[in-house]
Design a protein around this ligand. Structure first.
Ligand SMILES: *Cc1c(COP(=O)(O)O)cnc(C)c1O
Length: 381
């Protein structure tokens, strides 16, 4: 184990946690020093929202902290059902099911919907949890080029005939690149080949679309399965899968990460309807988030840095080698900004980067302070 750790360290891939000594917010205290925090997924700034903290407190007083068992045993409580109703309504689906995390939702859902006789087409840059779900399902997986619906169509034409069911799985907004999936094109492929479409809206729920309903809603595409997370823009923890009654019942019965896992805390579940209601009305926060992301993209490319192509709140600064990204991140921290280096296996080799993400609670002054810090690091790496 020591040698394995040393090997990771030798190639600049060893990670060590940094303790945040304050609540999530635009600023963070690290080693008793205040820094601008620009690397969470707390897009709407709800992670430390006092209204949600109150809802959790009231939920805990009424329902306690623990669910006691798996949902199939005795863990399904009234707050879980209300949270599921609210989540289904948020995306316009018939039904939803709450998981303990987005990771668990993706792993369990893919494994519940397809098996060894089936085909999955998966975008090359999909989140690790979708990839793990594909592996656990033992379906045949064909990977299409990132964002390339024509390649997905070609793979479907070549392979569809040999399999029973087919499922196309994709992130909506890609977690490390910040660009969008070609959802209308993928929907067409699925319609033509009698396949299901699963869209992981982890970085889109609350952030984009009418009332923050996600990228599918924004583009007018109806997937068969939505995955949404509650721990990012919604400021809580957990995730949901949404779809038809049949799909959700099948996931309830078959998803191993659901069946064999204790339900999320009823105190958290009790806060979900409020988090969704706040997110629905958060047009001002979404506008601020967009403006901050635009300012960061502009300011960072003015410094000569290579910024990814997307237009979301995720602003990737491409640096290439892991050591370069780690060094840049360490220098930024010295200059008062926390931005983590993202390295393999989170991203493909040679594409190590900084992932800069503002929240709606940042002030323009915070963004400008961060841009000055970047300028100092670029000038004196
Ligand atoms: C974060 C993320 C997940 C996992 O969600 P958690 O609730 O953090 O486990 C799933 N999919 C994507 C695309 C993500 O970015």
């Amino acid at each position: 184990m020591e040698r394995a750790l040393q090997a990771l360290s030798d190639v600049d891939l060893l990670r060590e946690p940094r303790t945040i000594e304050s609540a999530q917010g635009p600023l963070a205290i690290i080693d008793a020093r205040e820094v601008v925090l620009l690397c969470s997924n707390d897009y709407l700034g709800l992670a430390s929202d006092p209204r949600l903290a109150d809802a959790i407190r009231i939920g805990a007083a009424r329902w306690g902290g623990g669910a006691g068992a798996s949902r199939l045993i005795s863990g399904t409580m009234a707050p879980h059902r209300l949270a599921e109703r609210a989540a289904a309504e948020h995306v316009g689906a018939a039904a939803a099911l709450i998981f303990s995390s987005g990771y668990a939702a993706n792993v369990g859902t893919v494994q519940a919907l397809v098996g060894p006789r089936d085909l999955v087409l998966s975008d090359a840059l999909n989140h690790a949890s979708l990839i793990d779900g594909c592996r656990l399902s033992r379906a045949t997986v064909k990977v299409f080029r990132h964002g390339d619906a024509a390649h997905a169509a070609a793979l479907m034409a070549e392979h569809r005939g040999s399999y029973a069911r087919a499922l196309v799985v994709t992130d909506a907004i890609f977690s490390m690149d910040g660009d969008h999936a070609p959802l209308p094109g993928l929907r067409e492929v699925c319609d033509r080949w009698d396949a299901g479409l699963l869209v992981d809206e982890a970085h889109a729920i609350g952030v984009t679309g009418p009332h923050g309903a996600g990228l599918c809603a924004e583009l007018g595409v109806r997937p068969d399965v939505w995955i949404g997370t509650l721990g990012k823009a919604l400021g809580l923890a957990g995730a949901f899968v949404a779809g038809s009654d049949a799909i959700v019942s099948l996931v309830y019965n078959r998803a191993r990460s659901f069946v064999f896992s204790t339900a999320i805390s009823p105190a958290i579940a009790a806060a979900v309807p409020l988090a969704l209601a706040i997110a629905r009305e958060a047009e001002d926060r979404r506008a601020r988030l967009r403006e901050h992301a635009r300012r960061l993209r502009q300011g960072l490319s003015d410094l000569g840095l290579t910024i990814g192509a997307g237009s979301s709140a995720i602003v990737p600064v491409q640096l290439g080698q892991p050591a370069t990204a780690a060094r840049f991140s360490a220098r930024l921290l010295e200059e008062g900004v926390l931005v983590q280096a993202i390295r393999p296996p989170t991203v493909p080799p040679g594409t190590s980067r900084l992932r800069v993400v503002p929240t709606a609670r940042h002030e323009t002054e915070h963004i400008d302070r961060a841009l000055s810090a970047f300028a100092r690091v670029v000038g004196r790496p």
